[in-house]
Design a protein around this ligand. Structure first.
Ligand code: KG4
Ligand code: ZN
Length: 349
């Protein structure tokens, strides 16, 4: 366990730019977000039906300085009061990541403050520490975002073991693709979440995929194809598609698998705490289902509020604090690593 002195004040200025959110935050002792500024590019990318990497990078360049200044101002802190700079260095879109990493290096060079590169998924997991002051490892965390679906055993701060992962599409990716197919547009997750409330989740039966020999792995591409086949067959038969029913049935198929794997994993690994993280963790039906199943199985359920589930910099500040306490420091050769693996060590200063 880390020696976490509650009396000292460690302030992390955190930067996140791995996808389509330009974000900065000041976090105190890993658990308190003094500011959490997010400039979302969603409206810009909506016309293209998804994130356009080149546009994302350009917009990050335009916004990053302003977002960092705003994060300091809203926290009521000057750069001289900050202890260290944390930045997402991977995984993500390489051009987008580079903007945040370069900005963090520049601030670190100019101020002399230590620089800490943070893994984006470690950030998502650490979002749980901000609103759950009592949450400490070990626990199991279901990480479900646009690029990842992982079941992660958090053994200690900064120590992870991935016990399950997706073999194809990430959960959020499946939400986005199915939303596009049923005409809801981008970003798909929140739209399916909303329209599903009007639909019957039992109306269409979609498959719940299992991966042979890997109890905790996920596969969502077959489910996505099943939805497309269903839509095609309706069209061939001249039947009108009930969008809300298809959305609700698809969502239920995803949630059933996520919940079953999470509860099974928690029991098998002897975890009495389960947390969720990532954009899909803001899904209202998933949260309700996990709340119910955790209660039934005597597991404590932890979740960040929806704004801390999707990409933000407060989560990077929380993760950065624990990395700082572990003694992690990076040099100016810190680079953006688009396919960085969780737990992979990048060269330190
Ligand atoms: O964590 P995140 O903001 O970015 C990545 O690191 O990927 O996750 C974005 C993903 C998108 O696929 C989006 O559709 C999904 O999270 N998402 C949701 C909801 N809100 C966002 N999926 C289901 N229900 C939601 N309410
Ligand atoms: Zn993310």
């Amino acid at each position: 366990m880390l020696d976490l002195d509650k009396e000292e004040e460690i302030l992390i200025l955190a930067i996140e730019s791995s996808c389509d959110e330009t974000a900065a935050s000041v976090v105190r002792n890993g658990r308190e977000a003094l500011s959490n500024v997010i400039y979302s590019q969603i409206a810009l990318h909506t016309v293209y039906g998804g994130v356009v990497p080149e546009i994302a990078s350009r917009k990050h360049i335009e916004k990053i300085n302003q977002v960092i200044e705003q994060a300091l101002a809203e926290a009521g802190k000057k750069l001289e009061e900050i202890t260290a700079i944390a930045v997402t260095c991977g995984p993500g879109l390489v051009g987008a990541l580079l903007v945040g990493v370069s900005a963090a290096k520049a601030v670190s060079f100019a101020s002399g403050l230590p620089l800490i590169g943070v893994h984006h998924i470690e950030g998502h997991i650490s979002a749980n520490y901000i609103e759950n002051k009592d949450l400490e490892p070990p626990f199991l965390c279901l990480v479900v975002s646009g690029g990842h679906s992982h079941l992660v055993l958090v053994k200690d701060y900064g120590e992870y073991e991935i016990i399950g992962r997706t073999r194809d599409d990430a959960a959020g990716e499946a939400f986005d693709k199915v939303a596009r197919a049923i005409g809801l547009g981008y970003p798909g997750g929140p739209k399916i979440d909303k329209v599903s409330k009007e639909g019957d989740p039992e109306s269409v039966h979609f498959p719940r995929a299992k991966v042979a020999g890997a109890a905790y792995d996920f596969s969502f591409s077959g489910l996505k194809s099943a939805v497309l086949n269903y839509l095609n067959s309706c069209e061939m038969k001249g039947e009108k598609v009930n969008t809300a029913n298809v959305a609700a049935s698809f969502q239920k198929a995803v949630i059933d698998v996520l919940v079953e794997h999470s509860i099974h994993g928690a029991k098998q690994y002897g975890c009495d705490k389960l947390a969720i993280a990532g954009g899909v963790a803001s899904n209202s039906a998933l949260r309700a289902a996990l709340e119910r199943e955790c209660q039934k199985n005597g597991i404590r359920f932890y979740h960040p509020s929806p704004a801390l589930c999707t990409d933000n910099a407060a989560m990077i500040g929380a993760a950065g604090y624990f990395e700082y306490k572990r003694g992690v420091r990076h040099g100016f050769d810190l680079n953006a690593v688009p396919n960085l693996r969780l737990g992979e060590h990048i060269g330190q200063a």
